[in-house]
Ligand binder design. Structure first.
Ligand code: FAD
Ligand code: ZN
Length: 466
């Protein structure tokens, strides 16, 4: 049998899509990478995934796994050859178990993150992973990329929330590593190998995740800071005062919020003109009134100390959502403004202000008028340091012509201050050469050894990461 007939036999002809409009799977959401698949195959069970992988292995056909296709580094799009199978996990979307006593959720890879948040909230529990793409990204994609998001400072990234995995190996075998144990020192940690491997080692088909109780109250505040260094000092003070109730600390530079104001003029902007605006989220087990009192006292003291010029605390859920929408609209406003050079960097928070001052100066010297759209998860040192073409110049041309030199400036600065060029989005196709150039030879050799041990034929998402 030829491969496509085998795939039809495995999942049914209706779930093997060829020809026609496959743009939803072949074009990434930044519209930067467009591939062509031999077919899009849509299994609905782990057994079907295993059958697909075995058939592809027998025919030496490469597989590109894909979840919600919200990735930002071109890792989930087939290449242009028309010879790769796009394996969509979207139909693998059952919640298998919520264990309220053990505080765990077991769900299939194609479950949309927001659906999982809602399913556990209905039981009074919290899945503390949150990102702006949560309405369309999948938990399998979150684990394959080790996603971060807005609550990492309190709960860690996707890796820290994952207790167990089910994986279809590159040979088409099923590894059942689903467990809700907090302790399990039985040999090498296979789970952590697959997390963050971006589909290059195997296919994640299900996961067990750690949950938390829902907080009694969640409050959101905005604070205006004159400098990024002040915002970092505010973080230090807020951590000390709120301790584990501090669940979000995002920073937004003025040019980022100016872009939001331009493209979303109806969104209220409570602290216009602030050089840096900080969004603080407090999730408190004690209830609304004491939580609000603590937050207001903290902000009043920060104003007295000269760290904060002005601040607002949301009075209602609707107001709180509007403040978050300001933050979440930045990447959308940037996309509307035109293609741009994105950096997803992390540094020790103590080095962030120095980095931004130096990199801003370098880039303004290199490209007069360049727009530096900085925002990100300040609480864990992760900045989206994005570079937008000067007003009036062609954005696509800017991206094509200047990306390499801009990256060199930014990543050299990042490296000199002990940071990383990929904090949460991964490597994919976009940063593969960067990884090869900047990771140590020893680390690269170890990664290649892992790749060739787990995927000796090189059929799992080839050309990505390594
Ligand atoms: P895809 O885009 O479909 O795939 C991503 C990678 O994972 C690909 O390499 C793919 O091959 C692989 N993959 C997917 N599913 C599987 C599987 N089941 N098994 C093996 N490999 C698989 N990311 C953050 O970390 N933090 C953020 O705050 C954040 N904010 C975002 C905001 C917006 C508006 C957008 C568009 C994206 C954002 N992202 C963020 C990036 C993206 O949402 C994450 O990388 C997300 O984890 C990808 O999930 P996905 O299901 O869409 O995966
Ligand atoms: Zn982010």
């Amino acid at each position: 049998m030829n491969l496509l007939d085998e795939l039809r036999a495995a999942v049914g002809a209706a779930q093997v899509l060829e020809g026609g409009d496959l743009e939803a799977w072949e074009l990434d959401q930044r519209r930067r990478w467009r591939g062509r698949a031999l077919a899009v195959v849509r299994p609905a069970s782990t057994a079907e995934v295993a059958a697909i992988v075995r058939a592809c292995a027998a025919h030496r056909c490469a597989i590109v796994p894909q979840g919600g296709n919200t990735g930002l580094v071109g890792g989930g799009i087939p290449d242009a050859s028309g010879s790769q199978i796009l394996l969509s996990l979207q139909r693998l979307n059952r919640v298998r178990d919520i264990d309220t006593a053990n505080l765990t959720l077991t769900a299939e890879a194609g479950c949309i993150l927001q659906h999982l948040q809602q399913a556990v909230a209905a039981q009074g529990l919290l899945l503390p992973l949150s990102l702006a793409a949560e309405g369309s990204c999948t938990i399998g994609g979150n684990l394959a990329t080790n996603a971060g998001g807005t609550q990492v400072l309190r709960w860690g990234n996707a890796r820290r929330l994952c207790l167990g995995l089910e994986v279809v190996t590159a040979q088409g075998e099923v590894w059942d590593g689903l467990t809700g144990l907090r302790k399990d020192n039985t040999g090498y940690d296979l789970r952590d190998l697959y997390i963050g491997s971006e589909g290059t080692l195997g296919v994640i088909t299900a996961a067990t995740l750690e949950l938390a109780p829902q907080p009694a109250a969640t409050l959101t505040a905005l604070a205006a800071c004159a400098t990024l260094a002040d915002a970092v000092r505010l973080l230090e003070g807020t951590r000390a005062r709120l301790a584990s109730a501090l669940t979000g600390f995002e920073a937004m530079g003025r040019p980022a919020l100016d872009l939001v104001a331009r493209h979303y003029p109806d969104l209220p902007r409570p602290l216009p003109g602030a050089p840096w605006t900080v969004l603080i989220e407090q999730s408190d087990p004690e209830g609304e009134a004491p939580a609000r009192a603590r937050l207001e006292a903290l902000l009043a003291d920060a104003i007295d100390a000269g760290l904060v010029a002005d601040a607002v605390v949301a009075e209602s859920l609707a107001q709180s959502r509007a403040l978050w929408r300001l933050r979440e609209s930045i990447p959308l406003a940037q996309a509307l403004e035109g293609a741009n050079i994105k950096h997803d960097i992390a540094l020790p928070v103590s080095a962030l202000a120095e980095f931004v001052a130096a990199a801003d100066a370098d880039l303004q010297r290199l490209i007069p008028g360049v727009r530096l759209i900085n925002f990100g998860h300040l609480g864990d040192g992760n900045l989206h340091y994005n570079v937008q073409a000067p007003v009036g110049s062609d954005a696509r041309q800017f991206l094509a012509e200047r990306e390499a030199e801009v990256n060199a400036v930014v990543y050299d600065r990042v490296a000199s201050l002990g940071g990383t060029f990929s904090a949460e989005h991964g490597i994919g196709a976009l940063k593969r050469d960067e990884l090869a150039a900047r990771k140590s030879p020893v680390a690269l050799a170890l990664m290649r050894a892992i790749k060739s041990a787990l995927d000796p034929a090189g059929l799992m998402n080839p050309g990505r990461v390594l």
